[in-house]
Design a protein around this ligand. Structure first.
Ligand code: PLP
Length: 371
């Protein structure tokens, strides 16, 4: 398989552990092991204590799949397949559903693997561009117009990386009904689900919307446990899940035994876990609103409707890559230029899930005042 480099991941490989402040991270500040284990119920604590480090069940630990199923309305434990992060799930699903002669539509700018793996598998992939002039809103009518007789998959990431886009329930219902009627699969990348700024805006999960809807979830973002590398697909299309399971035999075979138990503990304690994430994100957004209001002459800011990242724009003439290179050099603050998404203009990604955001903003502020 020939596949172009994953620009954003190569960028993080260069910078992530070399800077003082990662102001463009998409995850929420990770849990400490001791704090997570303190949340374990008796069964979870015993599973952790007595864990034997053999291979695990290929579809995922039965208790973990049962717990994941409770995140949805219409999903049974057997409708869940566990992966090493969302990334492996994207890889397997794209390879199973897409090949030469097939067509897919994917929201863009976006997480590169959501369209790149399908292209590498030989499919023709159309990008559904989100536009700043529309407040980054999804346009279901325009997306539906892009469908073809050979369209096999539509991928919508919401809350969206990097814009924070979240469709309204009416827009979502319009799109899912059109896909259901045409028998097209939907991959709903919901890795930022539960971080809606207004919980009333939470959408019907893809897996609950219709039989060919597929929800992609992960412990990395809202659940703030990226180091577990546990993600999942949930769908009522069991035949599709079986094909994904067969593909997984060529990637990881089965998940990490300790990670599965820790994910189970985290999901069983999700009220506490999500409460913490939502508090970090809400507190940081207050800081960001103040920051952008103070720099409206140089930075434009469309407030995200969900998730832990946004996609503001530098209004100066200096190219964004040069500006951000000077920022990281001067203050050790890392922001992600829109060029890493292949997106033209002076946008950059800012993340607000980390606890050092106020200190990072202080560095950014100093830099803006000097330059
Ligand atoms: C929209 C989206 N989908 C999938 C992923 C992959 O998640 P993970 O790294 O936990 O596998 C990411 C990670 O940034 C993402 O932003």
């Amino acid at each position: 398989m020939r596949i172009p480099e994953f620009a954003l991941e190569r960028f993080f490989a260069r910078w992530e552990f070399a800077v003082r402040h990662l102001l463009c991270a998409s995850d929420v500040e990770g849990w400490r092991m001791a704090d997570l284990l303190a949340l374990a119920d008796d069964e979870g604590a015993a599973l952790w204590r007595d864990l034997q480090l053999g291979y695990t069940e290929a579809p995922g630990h039965p208790l973990l799949r049962a717990e994941i199923a409770t995140l949805y309305e219409a999903i049974e434990p057997d409708d869940v397949l566990v992966f090493a992060g969302a990334e492996e799930a994207i890889f397997c699903l794209s390879n199973v559903l897409l090949g030469p002669g097939d067509h897919a539509v994917v929201t863009w700018p976006g997480y590169q693997s959501l369209y790149e793996v399908g292209r590498a598998a030989g499919a023709d992939v159309s990008l559904h561009e989100l536009r700043e002039a529309d407040g980054w809103a999804l346009d279901p009518g325009r997306l539906i117009e892009a469908l073809r007789p050979e369209t096999r998959l539509v991928v919508v990431n919401a809350p969206h990386n990097p814009t924070g886009m979240l469709p309204s329930s009416a827009e979502w219902a319009h799109l899912t009904a059109a896909l259901a009627t045409r028998g097209i699969h939907l991959l709903a990348d919901e890795v930022y689900r539960f971080l809606e700024l207004d919980p009333a805006d939470r959408l019907t999960a893809g897996a609950d919307a219709y039989g060919r809807g597929i929800s992609l979830g992960v412990m990395s973002k809202s659940f703030a446990m990226a180091g577990l590398r546990i993600g999942w697909l949930a769908t009522r299309d069991r035949e599709l899940l079986l094909r994904c399971a067969a593909m997984k035999d060529y990637t990881t075979i089965c998940s990490s035994a300790p990670a599965e138990i820790l994910a189970l503990i985290g999901l069983r304690a999700r009220d506490v876990v999500l409460e913490r994430s939502r508090r970090i994100v809400a507190d940081n957004l207050v800081e960001l609103d103040r920051f952008f209001a103070g720099h409206a002459d140089r930075l434009s800011w469309i407030r995200p409707r969900g998730g832990s990242i946004g996609f503001p724009r530098l209004l100066d003439d200096e190219p964004i890559d040069d500006f951000l290179a000077r920022l990281v050099e001067a203050e050790g603050v890392l922001l992600l230029p829109g060029s890493q998404f292949g997106f033209p203009g002076n946008h950059f990604r800012i993340g607000f899930g980390r606890e050092d955001l106020p200190a990072a903003l202080t560095g950014f502020e100093r830099f803006l005042q000097r330059s």
